[in-house]
Design a binder for this molecule. Structure first.
Ligand code: IMP
Ligand code: MG
Length: 190
């Protein structure tokens, strides 16, 4: 694939991503030994990570997805998120592992955790490929983290910029001018 013009550099290669997915899968397989968890991916960003992670897990698992809207006010993150597509499982009494691409402010995840906790799952944990701890606005606990990354806008391996670049096999950093030009430094889309 030609080098995307808006990309500054590669942050994580496909080899690094694969090794990390294998490490996470080994840990999760140990922790959930004997259980049948529901892997609950947050659409759309989690799809590539989910596809790789689920195939590396030695567990009797099922897969489901939930889609939520972005914040109503993207610059202040004051709006609540809305469920656009709910999961299909009845999660009461089930072990739920949320699979997410990236935790940034943490506000999306906080809302999703609240919604799911009300449905009384047996357990509720979170597995995130990427974490930007410097931007956190709420103290949510993330149980499994792939990589801590700096405060830069990243794309690829499921993550998008204006719906582009999800299919890149690596994680790359978007050039700052590309990002600022069209969407303002604080806006984020799921
Ligand atoms: P939050 O700020 O933690 O609520 O993150 C919300 C969503 O914004 C994440 O699930 C991602 O889909 C998206 N997001 C946050 N940072 C980035 C990024 O650097 N690249 C692409 N998407 C991002
Ligand atoms: Mg996401």
């Amino acid at each position: 694939m030609a080098w995307p013009e808006q990309l500054e550099r590669i942050l994580l290669t496909s080899r690094q991503l694969k090794d990390k997915v294998d490490d996470l899968a080994a840990q999760i397989s140990r922790d959930y030994d004997g259980k049948s968890p529901v892997l609950l991916g947050i659409l759309n960003g989690s799809i590539v990570f989910m596809a790789d992670l689920m195939r590396a897990l030695a567990l009797d698992l099922t897969v489901d997805f939930i889609e939520v809207s972005s914040y109503e006010d993207a610059t202040t993150h004051s709006g609540t998120v809305h469920v656009l597509k709910d999961c299909s499982h009845d999660i009461q009494g089930r072990h739920i592992l949320i699979v997410e691409d990236i935790v940034d402010t943490g506000l999306t995840l906080r809302h999703i955790l609240q919604i799911l906790q009300d449905r009384r799952p047996a357990s509720l944990r979170v597995c995130c490929l990427l974490d930007k701890p410097s931007r956190r606005q709420t103290d949510i606990s993330v149980d499994y983290i792939g990589f801590e990354i700096p405060d830069e806008f990243v794309v690829g391996y499921g993550l998008d910029y204006a719906e582009k670049y999800r299919n890149l096999p690596y994680v790359g950093v978007l050039k700052k001018d590309a990002y600022r030009k069209s969407c303002g430094v604080n806006s984020r889309g799921a």
